[in-house]
Design a binder for this molecule. Sequence first.
Ligand SMILES: [Zn+2]
Length: 120
Amino acid sequence: MVFFRGMGQLRPHNAAESEASKVKAVESNINVRFRNLEDTIACLALKCQAMWELLKEHSKLSDQQLIEMIGQVDLRDGVQDSKITRSAQICSECGRTVGARHRQCIYCGCPMEGFEVFET
Ligand SMILES: [Zn+2]
């Protein structure tokens, strides 16, 4: 009798430890992915800086012109928030609504319009 009571007491404890272990694994995975995103952003910033310096060196463009263009591009989606946000589109072929991230209609395969060169 004592043995079974003891086992019953262990089960919730082990389940809690198991759950805590799963949470730690998820947290660790999120931390790794976050660091990878930080590295990717730093790499993209470096490449943008290098491209801008090359362009400036070989043209008559100025930092001020770049800043103005960034503002214009930022406002294309109607919101000045330092990012380009796409909204869902209506497929010109089948008329269905397609999510913003899809380059092709998920229903009929028609290419969606309006993607910029750097959009993924
Ligand atoms: Zn379609």
